[in-house]
Design a protein around this ligand. Structure first.
Ligand SMILES: [Zn+2]
Length: 187
């Protein structure tokens, strides 16, 4: 509780919350990661203001980023339940951590990780096609299906299409290729 003459400014309040968060020994991993020099903090936090999510969804995502959800690794080492089998429930090969689930599990890689990859690529494709005025209709991202070849006077936008190269390049089928026809510059 604050007395009237002690009401903190927004900045003081935010700094105070941030300080308390980073000092918690089990939490604070996400703010620590965000504070690294190579991280664009503003871009990394944009989803908090732009995505229009429910507060509980934001809370859940933040807990995942902070690695404080009930993985087997968390149960065994943080909650100190030594009898817990720490191996991943899907592949049974590695310790079930957030990093393993989101980026390394060999069972999830060909299914959920690919789905996530294309979901993101589709969203980028949709934004590019709107910006280049290649489509007129705006549809919700989950209903959008990219067209393989889109072209107008100024731009070409390809989806999942092999491209011809002068030199031998092994991976010639990018998810997205976008070309400014006037300048011939790829984006
Ligand atoms: Zn796994």
């Amino acid at each position: 509780m604050y007395y009237l003459n002690e009401i903190p400014t927004d900045e003081e309040y935010n700094n105070n919350v941030k300080r308390r968060w980073t000092q918690k020994s089990l939490h604070g991993r996400h703010p620590y990661d965000l504070s690294q020099q190579y991280v664009d903090t503003e871009a990394s936090n944009k989803w908090l203001t732009k995505a229009d999510l429910f507060a509980e969804t934001v809370g859940f995502f933040t807990a995942i980023q902070d690695q404080v959800i009930l993985t087997r690794n968390y149960k065994k080492y943080i909650l100190k339940q030594p009898d817990t089998d720490e191996l991943c429930r899907r592949c049974g090969k590695d310790s079930e951590t957030i990093q393993h689930i989101t980026a390394a599990c060999e069972q999830l890689a060909p299914t959920e990780h690919v789905k996530r990859h294309y979901g993101l690529a589709k969203t980028i494709h949709q934004k590019l096609s709107e910006a280049a005025e290649l489509i007129e209709e705006k549809s919700p991202y989950y209903k959008y299906t990219p067209t393989n070849v889109m072209e107008n006077e100024n731009f070409k936008l390809y989806w999942n299409r092999s491209i011809l190269t002068d030199k031998t390049i092994h991976f010639i089928r990018p998810d997205i290729s976008f070309m400014n026809k006037k300048t011939k510059a790829p984006f």
